[in-house]
Design a protein. Structure first.
Ligand code: SF4
Ligand code: SF4
Ligand code: SF4
Length: 317
């Protein structure tokens, strides 16, 4: 569990450094159950800074190099830190320009699951962690709920609850919960090819190509996305199964060996398309074929920048 007082004190200390421009952290959003990214600089109110089980956003998405060579600070959970490591390995910015504030994470809440589990309106709610439970505090009443019932799916088998790389850690190191690795993918792999296609046909048909999945993804940062290129044009603007399928297949391959499984794309999708099934399938294949996992080791080269002289693929030699 993260002590907000300690978190604020650390951020205040960081902001006192002359070479720090701002720290990206969380504060309460418009409604009680929402939290929002907060870019806090020296002049801002640090008492607004929070970390709670409602802090779902992957703040790595907001990290970028500042022109004045100033440092920036960022608060990361374990899964977010994996993204940050991948971004550093892809040389998005130098490590020395970042101050990473890791938070030892006990899991974050899936608001859609929460809405199904409680009858109270969520406009005014605070959440506290208590071992394997969450205590929900409404205006004048409390409700306790088992964590398992409302955690985001990714948290139910989290591999890296403690950030992989940090300068400061708030809270105590937590153990991995990983025990069902790729269960959904393995189940899906057992289906017949026509069943698999039928499933994805249904899913891709629902896609409205709003590109929220791309916009929220921290490792989807091409200046000009192939989806919007006109010369050459890879993809027509029309929203139909064929064009949608091309969009998803190109994006999945573009992220192969780069996606860190943060789940933000699926969370942002307004059509509830199970994008993590596709991402996890790519991740599993990359692991099995190349013994490579994105973002777990700072300093490792990106998958597509590695060449092994003993590569079994004849065409590579
Ligand atoms: S996946 Fe792990 S680190 Fe990420 S929010 Fe869930 S429990 Fe925390
Ligand atoms: S967020 Fe969902 S609906 Fe929007 S483009 Fe991505 S998959 Fe399609
Ligand atoms: S594709 Fe989705 S899960 Fe993978 S890094 Fe991007 S937002 Fe995260």
């Amino acid at each position: 569990m993260v002590d907000n007082k300690e978190l604020r004190q650390e951020i205040q200390k960081i902001l006192k450094q002359d070479d720090v421009k701002y720290v990206i952290c969380y504060k309460k959003g418009t409604y009680g159950f929402q939290t929002t990214p907060y870019f806090v600089s020296k002049k801002d109110n640090i008492t607004e800074i929070i970390f709670s089980p409602l802090c779902v956003n992957n703040l790595s998405s907001y990290v970028k190099s500042e022109e004045e060579n100033k440092k920036i600070g960022v608060v990361v959970k374990g899964c977010d830190s994996r993204t940050l490591v991948q971004m550093l390995n892809e040389k998005r910015l130098p490590r020395e320009r970042l101050i990473i504030i890791g938070v030892a994470c006990g899991g974050v809440i899936d608001v859609k699951k929460l809405q199904k589990n409680i009858s109270e309106p969520l406009e005014n709610i605070d959440v506290f962690e208590e071992k394997d439970k969450f205590v929900l505090q409404f205006n004048n009443k409390k409700q306790t709920i088992r964590k398992k019932e409302v955690l985001l799916d990714k948290c139910l088998h989290c591999e890296y609850p403690t950030p992989l790389n940090y300068d400061v850690l708030i809270g105590e190191k937590t153990k991995s919960l990983g025990n069902e690795e790729y269960k959904d993918v393995k189940d899906f792999e057992k289906k017949k090819p026509d069943e698999k296609w039928k499933f994805w046909e249904e899913q891709f048909s629902c896609c409205i190509r709003c590109y929220a999945c791309r916009n929220v993804c921290p490792v989807c940062y091409c200046e000009k996305c192939m989806a919007e290129q006109l010369d050459p044009q890879w993809l027509c603007r029309s929203v139909n199964l064929s064009e949608n399928a091309v969009w998803h297949i190109i994006r999945a391959f573009h992220l192969a060996g780069r996606c860190t499984g943060c789940g933000e794309c699926e969370r942002a999708c307004p059509m509830d398309i199970p994008l993590m099934l596709l991402n996890k399938k790519m991740e599993k294949d990359v692991k099995e074929l190349f013994d490579y996992s994105a973002g777990v080791e700072l300093g490792s080269k990106p998958l597509l920048a590695i060449f092994k002289p003993d590569d079994p693929e004849e065409d590579i030699k």
